[in-house]
Design a protein around this ligand. Sequence first.
Ligand code: 26W
Length: 808
Amino acid sequence: MIQDKESFKKAYLDTFSRVESNPLELSNNWEKYHALVSLVKEMMNSYWVNAVKTNIEKDQRRIYYLSMEFLIGKMLAYNLMNLGLENIVREGLADLNINYDELLLQEEEAPLGNGGLGRLAACYLDSMAQEKDAGYGFGFGIRYKYGLFTQKIVDGCQVEVPDPWLKDGYVWATPKPDRMITVKFKGNVRTAMDGNRIIFIHENYEPVLAVPHDILFLGYMDTSKINYLRLYSAEPVMQDFDLLSFNQGEFAKAAAYRAEVEAISNILYPEDQNQAGRELRLKQEYFLSAASVGDSIAYYKMIYGSLDKFAKRVAFHINDTHPAVSIPELMRILIDEEGMSWEEAWEITVNVFSYTNHTILPEALECWPVDLFRALLPRIYMIIEEIDRRYLQDIGSRYPGDEELLRKTAIIADGRINMAHLSVIGSRSVNGVSRIHSQILKENIFGAFYKITPEKFHNITNGVSHRRFLHYANQPLSDLISQAIGVEWINQATELDKLLAFSNDRGFMEQLAKAKYKNKERLAKYIFERQGVAIDPSSMFDIHVKRLHGYKRQLLNALKIMDLYNAIKEGKTIQPTTFIFGGKAASSYQRAKDVIKLINSVAQIVNNDKQVNDYIRVVFLENFNVSLGEIVYPAADVSEQISTASKEASGTGCMKFMFNGAITLGSRDGANLEIHEAVGDEHFALFGLTAAQVMELSVAGRYNSWDEYSSTPRLKRVIDQLVDGFLQTTYDFHSIRNGLLWENDCFFVLKDFMPYTVAWEGLNQKYADQDQWLQSSLYNIAKAGIFSSDRAIKEYHQLIWNRKGPVV
Ligand code: 26W
């Protein structure tokens, strides 16, 4: 047990001598880091052993959170914080002449996700550990050898570089080869009779081993709050195949087999809103699904001996449709391996699954061609066909003559399998991720399903880990809050509300300003050291960080900056502002990459023009990821959340900024609306079209971007500046201009330009009155509690995972 500095030092030296092969004096920082992680892991492991016993004794529900992405961020300092050991470790190491901060630099961030969906899954793991009394939640995902690429900016353009995050081994994950699962692809299905029962025999398949690697997660200051993320890697079934081929001299064949298998967990697909439609992606999806479902069944039988009460004790949650094949996979196991009837198996299946939708963008809704699917997963295809057949029969008899209803909800249509429809039909609950998004699901893309089963539909607005993004990432503010209202807010974020009592406390408000300034200095230092751009921490930090996408409208922000530049050149004065961008574009998304180049070109012009430099500067941060976010969110004054209304399902960056006291400049979209509702008009800059207006205008002929262009001279000027040499580069921005004009501006950048600019100016003027600004900042922090992922996970437990209903 580590209680103080001395016991830590003893335990550390002990671990060091056991796990390292060098004496401490001769070892490098990586070895010192490795020993520290080994010690922390060992402690966590003993906590886990106790927790799992409690889990079984108390007969607590197990929740399997299935996700193709988990963006967990760095673990060492975060775990030590959760254990309350950070100071002890820092001081203990110092006594041993080891610099703790240098050890922290040894850790690689696991890049196992693209953006919002992946980071949300990680926040939920954190809160599932925290809220474990309601049931144990576990993450199941894939251990990609290459996760998301590292972004380099070369000559203003994005260049993608592979991120070999596993090169030194990833110390936090522990392989569990004894818990591996065999996953079967391809082959054919033969039927036979077993008595009077038809059985299905899957033959000539290609087996792949799914080998788990577990990472433990902690809740706050309570060692019983612990769970794990299980990441699978794909490995060949060596023994038979390799040996046989080596004996026969078929090395090439064996190597090809190995490569094909390992490809399954080799790369994360770097698209976040665009379906790849490739066989490898489907292989990954089934690989994750079969491994997770297989594991849950094996574990359950090991503990309880049979599958009795399975649906009462187990829940599967699918994070978007990517793991939706786990629905027919559970059916397959229950019928083919456990000998259940279709009806018995179906009753269990629809009772254990729940599904969250994270996007309504049509290009992100998964549909698999039947031919590709059937060849890869022949038995799973048969089961989907049967689910669809029975569903259509049932609906056909309940709504006779309603062909439209059948057409709108069928799983298989036009040679494609609609994974969202499979997910709705195979789950007992479907939820959206913000109030407006859930409303759109009910009225729009799942309107027909809503008519049939309204009780299935829920909203659970997203949340973020305030422990990671406020307490851990923003120490100056966290300390100030704890001094004012005590530490309970770390466990219970709505306690932050108590901060409102300090709004007239001059001393407190001065400290609040100081904390923000410190964070801005930290970011300024980071930017200067990495990118050589000097920025002024007393300027207004206006920050736009997220994946690059047309609907997120980084372009709107860039045009606004060009417009400001023009105005300042003509004598306008404003509160000095630093515009900071960050985010990755999918490697194949040329338009998004053009926008990165545009922002960097604008930065070049602005930052090198002495006439405007006292007022504005622009920075594009290279390689935005979780770790960089932890420096960026605390430093923001303005949070740019400007998606086209109806397109951003929720957004979670907006919440991270809010917890850190930034004021949102937000469109009427996603969680912005709920943040606005929580803080009120005075503390939020809301602008632009409503979702209903966007949908109405999207109907052909209702919008003409040329009208906006010709009627707004300021706007016309910046759009022309894209291509008239103003940007002083040979890069061709015609494509961006064409998108806005000839392609009729499908994200309504021009339509929202003036309302956006006006809203920005209002905020910028408000910044001049620091007292007023700080009031709004405080108000945002105080009202942020409801956006903690602890609240979201409580709601998942209450509304979805905690099934009352009959015991199956
Ligand atoms: C098949 C390719 C693909 C991959 C990922 C399609 C779609 C996705 C995700 C569902 C996209 C995503 O990350 N959606 C984001 O989810 C966040 C968490 O709920 C929301 O806050 C964001 O608004 C939503 O864009």
